[in-house]
Ligand binder design. Structure first.
Ligand SMILES: Nc1ncnc2c1ncn2[C@@H]1O[C@H](COP(=O)(O)OP(=O)(O)OP(=O)(O)O)[C@@H](O)[C@H]1O
Length: 484
């Protein structure tokens, strides 16, 4: 980014005119102020790359104004213009943090040389900022996506196809499935890498603050707006903005976001200027947005604008084959972060982890493994190091039957909305009873006497149940009943 916006502050009209002309010839945009108060007003409403200040002004001295600028806009380079006779002022200005000074009357060559220097400074500063954010981004990006299962490979393929373009992406998936990681991967594989990646969780910020977080505000936009604030969209300039939990965005703001997507410009709250933005939008949600559209909680037009390319992240329970890799990765990371010395995970523990349904998905697995690494007395993690698995299998002797049933039940129920479920207790018992009787009858080759013994129920009760559940012989379910 180059030097573009310059503020000239001088009470002498002829000098302002000369400077405006000279700077304008260098392609710079120049705003003029004739006193310190007017200068402060301009500074509050616009971002400048350079300010030229006269020292003698009617309301306050340029040195006082310089102090204010250093405090409020410490990044803004200031060049002081002072009469040749007053070197003392020039020294004082440099002490107070002016970038340079120029003595009046000055010729335009001198001014030009100074501008070139300032140009260089602004370029270097922008470069430093860009590199700093690239380094931070790189550090965060070490959080790579792990997983080689088929569903994850589909995700990678899609990611590869869309990353390079500026297409808007909507990432969906349950909480903890890695939506933010995927959003970062979209950014890192785009030509916006090295530019900012700015994330905002729409559900974590109170509704009344969300608008100002996104769009920023001008000083005085509302009570308490003591300073101008730059919003996330402007912070993400040139890069990517990640809007997490987009389904929680209030309807009024959805309308504003739609306008941003259409017009590619924003305006700060309390401001009347449209600011063009060059930002890629990646959104994510763990809600069913189409359902929210149906109930009019989410705008349909915004949904279609965001959903240009949907990426659906599979829950962890649908890709248990990724669990060994993830566990290994989280163990290595824990060893690095906490200086633990865990060598791996026992086969039984790994099996337990793969059987579990992980309602909190990869995040829950990550926390579970991390905790096990920190607390375990073993070098190889055992089933007992994972209380979440133990809790499920404790009541039944170690055959894991209850774990198995609980896991199946959990995954079946997690896929349903709670409103869809009625009479759960009876339903679950009935659904378990039929396969249970069928299996026992199969194993006893249809011998009801033996089956009743195995089940620990009365033979007549079993017979009644067989009838009620339609398990009689001839129903083509492999069950035969002995003649009575
Ligand atoms: N495939 C993966 N490989 C490695 N780590 C992962 C993977 N998926 C998720 N994680 C880790 O799990 C945690 C949660 O991931 P992330 O925040 O991206 O999930 P999310 O879907 O955005 O969650 P939420 O909806 O709750 O915001 C992070 O610490 C992340 O590093």
């Amino acid at each position: 980014m180059a030097l573009q916006q310059v503020l000239v502050v001088d009470d002498e009209e002829s000098l302002r005119w000369v400077l405006a002309k000279a700077l304008g010839r260098h392609g710079l945009q120049v705003d003029l102020a004739d006193c310190a108060a007017a200068a402060l007003d301009r500074l509050q409403h616009k971002t400048y790359d350079l300010a030229l200040l006269d020292i003698k002004m009617p309301d306050r001295s340029g040195l006082e104004l310089l102090d204010d600028i250093r405090q409020q806009w410490p990044q803004l380079p200031v060049i002081i213009m002072t009469a040749e006779s007053s070197m003392k002022n020039a020294i004082e200005a440099m002490k107070r943090g002016a970038y340079d000074y120029i003595t009046k009357p000055f010729d335009l060559d001198m001014l030009e040389a100074l501008l070139l220097k300032a140009q260089e400074l602004v370029r270097t500063r922008h470069e430093v900022e860009r590199l700093q954010s690239a380094v931070k981004e790189q550090q965060r990006s070490e959080r790579t996506l792990i997983g080689t299962s088929q569903p994850m490979q589909e995700v990678y393929k899609l990611l590869g196809r869309v990353a390079a373009s500026d297409i808007t992406v909507l990432i969906t998936g349950e909480s903890g499935t890695g939506k933010e990681l995927v959003a970062r991967a979209v950014h890192q594989n785009s030509n916006r890498l090295g530019q900012p990646f700015v994330a905002l969780n729409c559900a974590a910020i109170p509704r009344e603050l969300l608008e100002s977080e996104l769009f920023g505000f001008e000083k005085g936009a509302f009570t308490g707006a003591a300073e101008r604030k730059i919003g996330k969209f402007e912070q993400a300039s040139g890069g990517t903005i990640f809007l997490d939990e987009i389904g929680d965005m209030p309807l009024e703001l959805q309308a504003k976001l739609l306008r941003v997507l259409q017009e590619r410009e924003i305006s700060r709250m309390g401001g009347n200027r449209a600011i063009p933005i060059d930002v890629r939008i990646v959104a994510a949600t763990n809600q069913d947005l189409q359902q929210r559209v149906a109930t009019r909680e989410f705008r349909e037009d915004l949904f279609y604008r965001l959903n240009v390319v949907p990426i659906q992240l599979p829950p962890l329970r649908q890709r248990p084959e990724d669990i060994p890799l993830l566990v290994d990765f989280f163990i290595q990371r824990a060893n690095q972060e906490f200086h633990t010395h865990i060598h791996g995970c026992s086969a039984a523990a790994l099996q337990g982890l793969q059987n579990f349904t992980w309602p909190g998905n990869v995040r829950e697995l990550e926390n579970t493994v991390q905790r096990a690494c920190l607390l375990s007395q073993n070098q190889v993690l055992q089933l007992s190091d994972f209380p979440v698995l133990r809790d499920q299998s404790d009541p039944v002797e170690d055959d894991g039957l209850e774990t198995l049933i609980a896991n199946k039940l959990r995954s079946a129920l997690l896929q349903k909305e709670i409103e869809e479920i009625n009479d759960l207790y009876t339903m679950v018992l009935e659904q378990m009873e039929r396969p249970l009787l069928r299996i026992v009858l199969e194993k006893t080759r249809g011998n009801q006497l033996r089956a009743a013994e195995v089940l620990g129920i009365n033979r007549n009760t079993l017979r009644k149940k067989i009838r009620l559940l339609g398990l009689e012989a001839g129903r083509n379910d492999g069950v035969t009943t002995e003649p009575t």
